[in-house]
Write a protein that binds this ligand. Structure first.
Ligand code: G
Ligand code: G
Ligand code: MN
Ligand code: NA
Length: 253
């Protein structure tokens, strides 16, 4: 039984589901949006987390159609939240192969058009590994995505090849501070120093920051005092199915 062969069939059979994890605005306490996180409802194995299949999907190339499906689903769901009166965005993870292979610009335009979601409500999460390869080509693609009006963020910031020059070159909007630093924030001096430095640098470059992996009130308080803009983590909510996220939004109004 190979996951690789199963993956293609799973996409055809509609076995993937998108979960949503809330992202909260630090100043207002309001829900600013959600990150879309794919899961596989495997008929025998149950709910399979992305850590077990994303890298296989990347090796086989299936991440391109899978990522496109997630993009369409996320835009469709987010358009529904906005139609229901909740002004929230959705953030979608992009794999390096989607950047390299697929016609990402067309996919993004189509997903926005078909769902009716406003471009400013969609955020694309890039990784540092996307930005360091084939820089000129990637730069042109990033510019075209920006021209559509979507938001761009760098995921897992601080774990990759953090060349500060590309923050300027790529004109991203937001840095997602990696959860390894956030979770150690109140225990390790080095992590605290890194988080402080990232937030201060982002502020002086006019970039927004979101801290991932916020699990306790003490961490939240430190992030607040440092001027972090948004938080995401188990303290507020775990990733949840779309029905639950809709209820979550309604409850908080
Ligand atoms: O939800 P969870 O914490 O298990 O996610 C694990 C990893 O899977 C994260 O690094 C996340 O970025 C990645 N991931 C989740 N959904 C997607 C997706 O739709 N596309 C890509 N490329 N990665 C995803
Ligand atoms: O790599 P990426 O940032 O896309 O991964 C997000 C992943 O982090 C999701 O799989 C989500 O389940 C997980 N996550 C989100 N918040 C927390 C948290 O507070 N603690 C832990 N341990 N994991 C978290
Ligand atoms: Mn992410
Ligand atoms: Na991340």
């Amino acid at each position: 039984l190979s996951l690789r062969n199963d993956l293609r069939r799973a996409l055809e059979r509609g076995e993937f589901v998108v979960y949503y994890q809330p992202q909260l605005d630090m100043a207002s306490g309001q829900v600013a949006g959600a990150e879309a996180l794919v899961r596989w409802r495997h008929p025998e194995r149950g709910l399979v987390p992305p850590g077990s299949f994303i890298s296989i999907a990347e090796d086989s190339g299936l991440i391109v159609p899978l990522g496109e499906w997630v993009l369409h689903q996320a835009c469709h769901d987010a358009a529904g939240w906005n139609a229901a009166g909740h002004q929230v965005g959705v953030a979608v993870n992009l794999s390096a192969l989607q950047f390299k292979r697929g016609n990402l610009e067309d996919s993004v335009r189509a997903a926005l058009h078909q769902s009716g979601l406003g471009a400013h409500r969609l955020e694309l999460e890039l990784t540092e590994s996307i930005l360091i390869k084939d820089t000129e080509n990637v730069l042109a693609k990033v510019r075209r995505l920006h021209a559509i009006g979507v938001e761009l963020s760098i995921d897992d910031f601080g774990t990759g090849y953090s060349s500060l020059s590309y923050l300027q070159r790529f004109q991203v909007d937001k840095l997602k501070i990696d959860q390894s630093f956030v979770r150690a924030l109140t225990r390790e001096q080095d992590s605290a120093a890194i988080v402080t430095a990232v937030i201060q640098m982002a502020r002086s470059l006019n970039l927004r920051t979101i801290a991932e992996g916020v699990e306790d009130e003490e961490t939240l308080a430190v992030l607040r005092s440092q001027g972090c803009d948004q938080v995401q983590g188990f303290l507020h909510a775990r990733p949840m199915p779309v029905e639950d996220f809709r209820e979550y939004l309604a409850r908080r109004d």
